[in-house]
Design a protein around this ligand. Structure first.
Ligand code: FES
Length: 264
């Protein structure tokens, strides 16, 4: 059943250039939401812009019945979101999609995030650490100013390393360079990834070479977010070696790394 939710904005503030964190009082989302799932946000009470925006659950606080969304201002919809004041009530659909999974045997894990893709990994790290996993977090950003969530991960007790494109902080280069080193140094049971497509492809390649299972959250444009418009398909391998198409909003956004076929 599709859940329509009305939620009051508790906080909506910038945390880095272009990046905002919105916290919502939303009992259902907080009690039912899982790391990797997302919501479709109605950014304006008016008809324009018409489409809702898909945004992943960034923090899930069951005790306080709140969830947070971390979003980057990239267009009209997210600009409107950033201008919505504390105390306003907004409409959302969710929680939607299939999130990240883990089992007892996944003891040592790595989370690889690039840019805004870091957002859902905060909720994931929180759950994994609660489950007593050893959590390594590798963060990539264009610059030090655009790095988000480093402190969130550190304060939770994760082991964090950073890469920036311009070398202004941490490793000068790709976050996947850090993953390559981590795979060499630490026996990982699972790798989780969310970020730009080139990064995701490289994470899948490196984990496959090392025979480590991996889960990737795909960032895809969405129309409806509920499986009705076929606006978000991705190509996946089938067991017989052929392929089929799946909906990122309904079958994902989290997929096994080895099943997604990336068209170059
Ligand atoms: Fe409509 Fe996925 S966004 S089917």
């Amino acid at each position: 059943m599709i859940k329509s939710v009305k939620a009051e904005i508790v906080e909506n503030k910038p945390i880095a250039p272009e990046f905002f964190r919105m916290t919502l009082k939303a009992e259902t989302l907080a009690s039912e939401g899982l790391p990797g799932q997302f919501v479709m946000v109605k950014v304006s009470p008016n008809l324009e812009p018409f489409l809702r925006r898909p945004i992943s659950l960034h923090q899930i606080n069951r005790e306080e019945a709140t969830v947070s969304l971390l979003y980057q201002v990239v267009g009209k919809g997210t600009r409107l979101m950033s201008e919505t004041q504390k105390g306003k009530v907004i409409e959302l659909l969710g929680p939607l999609g299939k999130g990240f999974t883990w089992s007892d045997s996944d003891r040592v894990v790595a989370l690889v995030g690039g840019g805004c893709g870091t957002a859902p990994l905060v909720a994931l790290a929180h759950s994994l650490l609660e489950d007593k996993k050893e959590v390594h977090v590798l963060l990539g950003a264009q610059t030090k100013e655009k790095l988000v969530c480093e402190e969130d991960f550190i304060s939770m007790g994760a082991k964090v390393k950073v890469a920036t494109d311009d070398g202004s902080y941490g490793h000068h280069g790709f976050v996947t360079d850090l993953l390559k080193n981590l795979i060499h140094d630490v026996a990982l049971d699972m790798v989780y990834s969310c970020g730009p497509l080139p990064m995701t492809k490289e994470v899948v390649k490196l984990t496959q070479e090392a025979s480590i299972p991996c889960q990737i959250s795909l960032e895809e444009r969405m129309g409806c977010g509920i499986g009705a418009c076929i606006g978000c398909v991705c190509k996946v391998r089938t067991k017989d070696g052929a392929f089929t198409y799946k909906k990122v909003c309904k079958d994902g956004p989290v997929f096994k790394g080895e099943e997604v076929m990336f068209d170059d």
